[in-house]
Design a protein around this ligand. Structure first.
Ligand code: ATP
Ligand code: MG
Length: 594
């Protein structure tokens, strides 16, 4: 490593190619092994072996070359969860183009911002995609998003939904290109530091940032963590529910499993479509051994009740994983008992788009430790992770503070695309030469880390600092509560007071007495300090498209401020519901004053 703080460069002078390491190296030993077991939302199925994938990637690499793409060019990929998404990414990697995948649920405006920022020469999309039984017209979104962008030379369209589309002069069909493409494409020998991709973050805390990842360091991080965390074996069938539009889908769907020659299931649609049993059905059908999902998905499954997963054969499972948000201990226990039948370890992996791969996680492939529900346990080997105070000094065990990483690591982002200054100010300005992730945490006396929520969202009540995760997990531990989101609003005496939004589990109805019961419960599990001033029952919480609760929205609404960039917001109805609750709150506050 060359460390020119805060820029780290790994294996400088070394050459490699990501697609070669993911595909070519398996052609002698695993050519006929399934790489992708794909299932469409409409139950269509496809199997692609390592040889099939290699052939498709070679051909599509040549197709991209025929469109004038070369080393260093950016290519935006706006595709649903179909194998062609992985093929397109590896084809870019093969010829040295930098891919930038944009989640296919984004609107034309969000997409336009990202295409403009990356100045992509080529866009790869589909005519349409399937989501909850309806067709989303992706090509129309692209046409709107690139209007007037002369730097975009071509749009490649995969016919997925088989709907009529308007072809413009720049447009090329995927199949036409593939038909005339040569079979063999020599992988470019790329510098280890060559930019593999740009990926915009989820936008949970504000404007998405264009995270730039390299090749050698990044792949090293994925190869090792995929092995240590998922303890991958040749016989495993791995299933990660993340969309490739997010970093988990990049690191642990499109790259990690392929580096290991693993077999994985890829699913196109919504996890609860057409029924809440869809995931369990998939686990049963493909005899999945390793299942990796998010707390938000688990809370949804939990809300539907135990009867659904209990009626499927989940006995093939041997390892479970979670990522994306702190997992509430109650949800962890449900996952362990109902899905894992008390025999599967749960790997709670803490990491970020910026870190490239997992940083905190149990390592069943490397160590034996006792898991604690709700803790992401300890750092992976080589990482110096700590909890510090405002001045950067490590705090004693069991004390709350800021999570930091004190040394560079292989999967670390190279920079923010085109903005070294922002890179320095966002991650390296709070503490000198220490990476600041922006999360609030605690390290217990056994050295286990507990993530308490975003540092920006911490509540300060009567001199006490409370992380959102502590409070929300307190609410979720009540039998009636499926999901909770809290935020603080200014309070004359206490500094801040707590406002809570709760979604109830199936079978519970919102009543005044339930409200009081929940308030008593939170006072008991956390303490009187956690008593919310207002508690609202809502049917949904405002979330990002990656499924995370957008607390900053609650906060701005509570303060009556503009809600800022909401391009990554999943559900506007949820916002309206929360907004209505705040209106009511303001009314009652003003009444009280009178
Ligand atoms: P933005 O940075 O644009 O606001 P984001 O932070 O949600 O979006 P990601 O990089 O997808 O974008 O998410 C990383 C964040 O997710 C972490 O900083 C952390 O807050 C949260 N997170 C991820 N995994 C875990 C986990 N296992 N436990 C607790 N929190 C987690
Ligand atoms: Mg972030």
């Amino acid at each position: 490593m060359q460390w020119d703080a805060p820029f780290a460069r790994w294996f400088v002078g070394g050459k490699l190619n990501a697609s070669f390491n993911a595909l070519d190296i398996h052609q002698k030993t695993k050519a006929t092994k399934p790489a992708i077991l794909w299932e469409g939302e409409n139950e269509e199925r496809r199997v692609l072996t390592y040889h099939d994938l290699w052939v498709q990637v070679n051909k599509f690499s040549n197709a991209l070359k025929s469109l004038g793409v070369s080393k260093g060019d950016r290519v935006t990929i706006y595709l649903p969860m179909v194998p062609e998404l992985i093929i397109a990414m590896h084809a870019c990697a093969r010829i040295g183009a930098t891919h930038t995948v944009v989640f296919s649920g984004f609107s034309a405006k969000s997409l336009r911002d990202r295409i403009e920022d990356s100045k992509s020469k080529i866009i790869i999309t589909a005519d349409g995609s399937f989501r909850r039984g309806t067709v989303v017209k992706l090509k129309e979104v692209i046409d709107e998003a690139i209007l007037g962008f002369d730097f975009v030379h071509h749009v490649v369209i995969l016919e997925r939904a088989k709907i009529p589309i308007t072809m413009n002069p720049k447009d090329k069909k995927w199949n036409d290109l593939m038909m005339s493409a040569q079979e063999n494409c020599e992988p470019e020998k790329l510098e280890s530091t060559h930019p593999l991709y740009i990926l915009y973050t989820s936008g949970t805390t504000g404007k998405p940032k264009g995270v730039l990842h390299g090749t050698g360091g990044y792949l090293t991080h994925l190869y090792s963590t995929f092995k240590w965390i998922f303890d991958i074996k040749d016989s495993d069938v791995y299933f990660c529910t993340a969309d490739i539009g997010w970093v988990t889908g990049h690191s642990y769907v499109a790259y990690g499993p392929l580096l290991h020659g693993a077999t994985q299931v890829m699913y196109e649609g919504a996890p609860d479509y057409p029924t809440p049993a869809r995931m369990w059905e998939i686990i049963q059908r493909y005899k999945i051994t390793t299942f990796y999902t998010t707390p938000t998905a688990l809370r949804m499954f939990m809300k539907f009740g135990d009867g659904i997963p209990n009626s499927y054969d989940l006995s093939s499972l041997r390892l479970l994983g979670t990522v994306g948000e702190p997992i509430n201990p109650e949800v962890w226990r449900w996952y362990f008992k109902i899905i894992g039948k008390e025999k599967c370890p749960i790997v709670d992996t803490w990491w970020q788009t910026e870190t490239g791969g997992a940083i905190l996680s149990p390592l069943p492939g490397l160590e034996t430790i006792t898991l604690k529900p709700g803790s992401a346990t300890r750092p992976i080997p080589g990482l110096d992770v700590a909890v510090v105070d405002e001045s950067g000094k490590e705090v004693p065990p069991e004390t709350k503070g800021y999570l930091v990483i004190r040394n560079p690591w292989p999967g670390m982002l190279l920079t923010l695309w085109g903005d070294d200054e922002k890179y320095k100010s966002v991650y390296w300005s709070k503490y000198k030469n220490i990476y600041y992730p922006g999360d609030y945490a605690i390290k217990d006396k056994d050295g286990y880390f507990w993530l308490l929520g975003r540092a920006d969202d911490v509540l300060k009540i009567a001199g006490h600092r409370l992380g959102t995760a502590e409070l929300e997990s307190g609410f979720v531990s009540h039998k009636s509560v499926a999901e909770a989101a809290v935020c603080g609003i200014p309070h004359e005496v206490k500094g801040e007071s707590i406002i809570a939004f709760l979604v109830l589990r199936e079978g519970f109805t919102p009543t005044e007495s339930l409200k009081n019961e929940i308030i008593n419960h939170i006072r008991k599990v956390i303490g009187p300090i956690a008593t919310p001033d207002n508690l609202y029952f809502v049917s949904k919480l405002p979330k990002t498209r990656s499924g995370k609760i957008m607390r900053r929205l609650l906060k701005s609404m509570a303060k009556g401020e503009a809600i800022g960039d909401v391009s990554t917001l999943e559900n506007e109805a949820a916002v309206n519901e929360v907004q209505a609750a705040f209106e009511e709150l303001k009314l009652s506050l003003s009444k009280n004053l009178k």
